[in-house]
Design a binder for this molecule. Structure first.
Ligand code: AMP
Length: 454
């Protein structure tokens, strides 16, 4: 019996994996300019890290988490007919997002000592949500995310947003094909009263709204802003706006963030209904949408400030903020914008054999060049010279060295430039020496020595 990958997951085959590597490389280069360091946390955490951090009433936690059990604990629960006896540390879930785990790690390892400079961290890896799979909505997907802990300053918010926008630009998404939305969700002083107002608004229109929104009214009323049901959207259009109810501190923080974005020339739209799905956000929230893809999956990334999250997962009060961008969505956006460049494989050099008698010489040449750090390939199937050139073309080889018995008798090889198609002979010994000392980026003619005359 042959098996397929589980529902809602995809294999990152070499072509797609090259894109994923590229996205990570772009992030690494860009984020380091902003002072962010790479880190990794486990793929699974104690479930409570998510239930407390993200919030019990969120869809992500309530409906979409994959539970993880050791075989032993799973068997015990089956026998007992309940897993109520499981200790907290044995209750594990696959991470549905990255922030809760990073903040847990920051608290555990005391990465933000009192008075120290902020911890600026980023991660890249798979996340898991038991959603109904569809285009752009997977059960295993990949996020690149950044977190900054230890600053309340609006400059940190603006910096984070600018970094996210620059990432999309560097990946090649045209600025005209994406929209940045910003909002402030207030804090523990002004949000409770606002939340109650939204709750009352929903309850006073309960008969017009879907069951889910009615149910949300108490636990998570702000989520009703995200409901796709047309009648709910109509009711929520007349709901009170958070930006009319911010306290003075939140208002001036929000104004400052926007002014830094203005100075940086970052174009954004204010969206007072932008609330984002997770409980932990306070003050600044933002989301970037691709205008080129379906509205249901057009969020290519977003984030916000979470000044209370560290306390929620057991740390001392530590302000923070972050974003996560969905790699698969970025790929969809690039494709829809016609900006997805094929990530072709390439080698610096292909060493072709005219016949089997020269294989060991070719093999030695390949090894020498690889030891010097060049990407080099040769044939391992005894193919014809024509097929070897075809293979070299497929790999986008820049140069092909042809090792043939006749040239070899004179200590020579033929070097073909695959771009200009020019061919010339070179001395094998000196070329080998030059290849072994190779330290540049590009293989060019200077990498190969001309044959000695006579
Ligand atoms: P969130 O943590 O929900 O704010 O998600 C951050 C980003 O991850 C979103 O903007 C999407 O780009 C991406 N994302 C979230 N859920 C999924 C999913 N099920 N499949 C693919 N991408 C997702």
């Amino acid at each position: 019996m042959a098996y397929n990958s589980p529902e809602g997951t995809v294999d990152l085959l070499p072509g797609a994996a090259r894109h994923w590597r590229h996205a990570q490389d772009v992030a690494a280069r860009l984020f380091s300019a902003y002072g962010y360091d790479f880190m990794e946390t486990p793929i699974f955490e104690q479930t409570e890290v998510f239930t407390r951090g993200i919030g019990e009433a969120t869809d992500v936690v309530n409906k979409e988490m994959f539970v993880v059990r050791s075989g032993e604990n799973y068997r015990r629960s089956l026998e007992a007919g309940t897993d109520a006896g499981l200790k907290g540390k044995s209750r594990l879930s696959l991470r549905p997002e990255g922030t809760a785990g990073v903040v847990r790690a920051v608290v555990q390892h005391n990465l933000v000592e009192q008075g120290a400079t902020p911890a600026k961290l980023y991660y890249a890896g798979p996340m898991f949500r038991a959603e109904r799979p569809q285009k752009g909505r997977l059960r295993e997907f990949h996020q690149i995310g950044a977190e900054c802990l230890g600053s309340t300053e609006p400059t940190a918010d603006a910096e984070m947003i600018i970094m996210l926008v620059r990432f999309y630009e560097k990946m090649g998404i045209p600025a005209s094909d994406m929209t940045l939305y910003v909002n402030s969700m207030g804090d523990e002083r002004c949000r409770p009263a606002y939340r109650a107002m939204v709750r009352d608004h929903i309850l006073s229109h309960a008969d017009e709204m879907c069951e889910e929104c009615r149910r949300r009214a108490d636990a998570n009323p702000l989520r009703a802003f995200d409901c796709k049901n047309a009648a709910c959207a109509h009711v929520m259009a007349s709901a009170p706006r958070i930006t009319d109810h911010l306290c003075d501190d939140c208002r001036s923080h929000y104004e400052a963030v926007k002014s830094y974005l203005d100075v940086a020339g970052i174009v954004y739209e204010e969206d007072p209904t932008l609330v984002r799905g997770l409980d932990y956000y306070t003050r600044t929230v933002f989301e970037v949408q691709s205008n080129a893809i379906d509205a249901a999956q057009n969020a290519i990334g977003g984030g916000g400030r979470y000044d209370r999250l560290a306390e929620t997962v057991g740390g001392r009060p530590t302000p923070g903020l972050g974003f996560a961008l969905g790699y698969e969505r970025v790929m969809l956006a690039l494709e829809a914008s016609g900006a997805l460049a094929e990530a072709s494989p390439y080698v610096d050099l292909y060493v072709a054999c005219v016949d089997a008698t020269v294989r060991s010489v070719a093999f030695d040449l390949v090894r020498t060049a690889r030891d010097a750090g060049l990407r080099v390939e040769m044939d391992h199937q005894g193919k014809s010279l024509k097929s070897q050139f075809k293979a070299a073309g497929k790999m986008n080889a820049r140069k092909v060295i042809v090792v043939g018995p006749d040239e070899l008798e004179h200590g020579q090889v033929v070097v073909r430039d695959m771009v200009t198609h020019e061919e010339r002979t070179a001395s094998i010994e000196q070329s080998k020496q030059l290849l072994s000392r190779f330290s540049g980026d590009v293989v060019d003619d200077s990498t190969f020595a001309a044959p000695t005359q006579g």
